[in-house]
Write a protein that binds this ligand. Structure first.
Ligand code: NAD
Length: 324
């Protein structure tokens, strides 16, 4: 089986590729990535010598290049996206282009080349915000940010290609990921790296927003299960089972780095900030045997340690994107 992984130089895609190639000497993976500001080819350095690994730089919106690269693959795992909500509030254009048009271009190429399975990596943010209870896969989509609206469009397009064209599509919707190699604009790595550098950390509003945190390695195990065992046309929620308010998370990160609350700068809330995300992932647990393995406290401590030990990875990225 030869797999095409789009966005494989990013945070989650690179974990998926490292996990898969690291455990299977016979695996064959092509990474297709534009290397935007958040794509880091060095994330794949540990597997670059694997005989089944190939890297192609390109844009998922480029019809000709996508057509060439998709040929000969048995499955596609589609991670490539503009992924940062704050950037989508500044400007939605790149989000609609990459997340919506890019997914359509990829789906059309997969259809032309009769690729066996198309796994679309979506997000729990497509469901909107929920005050009580948890979303099952049947919940209506009600996205609130331009990012989540563009991901919803892509998610529904993928499912529509299953219903309309009979393509073998599986969609996964996961909660907030954390772990090593996450671009330092996202909350956890931004806070850790600012704290390491003795800077303040910007906490939105009063910090009462609640997120379910999922270790990136657990997410990738869930994707692999859905890729192998998922049923065509089905959606699978992948959760971490750890709901924490941003305020509490901030306290955990301050403790982990040995800093005090005077380092917290309360900033104006994000526009349209979703209050609470909560996933019911009973379906993938019951049907495919998924269970997250990394306890949040341990995963967070290991993540803090990784950023402490890998300044040479994140400092240039922060400098380049004016986060530093
Ligand atoms: P990321 O920003 O770290 O990586 C995105 C990757 O896609 C980068 O390598 C980038 O170069 C590549 N890319 C962007 N535009 C491209 C284009 N036009 N053509 C080809 N490649 C392009 O993002 P991530 O956090 O790894 O997220 C991966 C996927 O998971 C995304 O689809 C995202 O919506 C989804 N997701 C992420 C989270 C999370 O917590 N990070 C949660 C739910 C869902």
């Amino acid at each position: 089986m030869r797999i095409l992984v789009t966005g494989g130089a990013g945070f989650i895609g690179s974990e998926f590729v490292r996990q898969w190639l690291g455990s299977d000497p016979a695996a064959r993976i092509t990474v297709f990535d534009k290397l935007t500001y958040s794509g880091v080819e060095e994330n794949l350095a540990s597997v670059a010598r694997h005989s089944g690994y190939r890297f192609v730089r390109g844009d998922v919106c480029d019809v000709d290049v996508v057509d060439q690269v998709v040929a000969g693959h048995d499955a596609i795992v589609h991670f490539a996206a503009e992924s940062h909500v704050d950037r989508s509030i500044e400007g939605a254009g790149p989000f609609v282009r990459t997340n919506v048009v890019g997914t359509q271009v990829l789906l059309d190429a997969a259809r032309r080349h009769r690729v066996g399975r198309f796994l679309h990596v979506s997000t729990d943010e497509v469901y909107g915000s929920i005050d009580e209870g948890s979303w099952t896969e049947e919940w209506p989509l009600a996205p609130n940010s331009p990012y989540s609206a563009s991901k919803s469009a892509a998610d529904l397009l993928a499912l529509a290609y299953h219903r309309t064209h009979g393509m073998d599509v599986v969609v996964t919707r996961c909660s907030n990921n954390y772990g090593p190699h996450q671009f330092p604009e996202k909350l956890i790595p931004l806070f850790i790296t600012n704290l390491i550098d003795g800077k303040t950390i910007p906490l939105y509003g009063d910090g009462r927003n609640i997120r379910d945190w999922l270790h990136v390695s657990d997410h990738c195990r869930g994707i692999e299960l859905a890729l192998h065992e998922g049923r065509p046309g089905e959606v699978y929620n992948i959760g971490g089972g750890t709901e924490v308010s941003n305020h509490k998370l901030t306290g955990l990160l301050l403790d982990a780095v040995g800093a005090e609350w005077d380092r917290v700068e309360y900033v104006a809330d994000r526009k349209g900030h979703d209050l609470r995300y909560s996933l019911d992932d009973g379906k993938i647990r019951e049907q495919l045997g998924y269970a997250p393995q990394v306890p949040f406290v341990e995963g967070l401590a290991a993540t803090v340690a990784w950023y402490r030990e890998n300044r040479s990875w994140w400092a240039p990225l922060k400098a380049r994107t004016e986060l530093g």
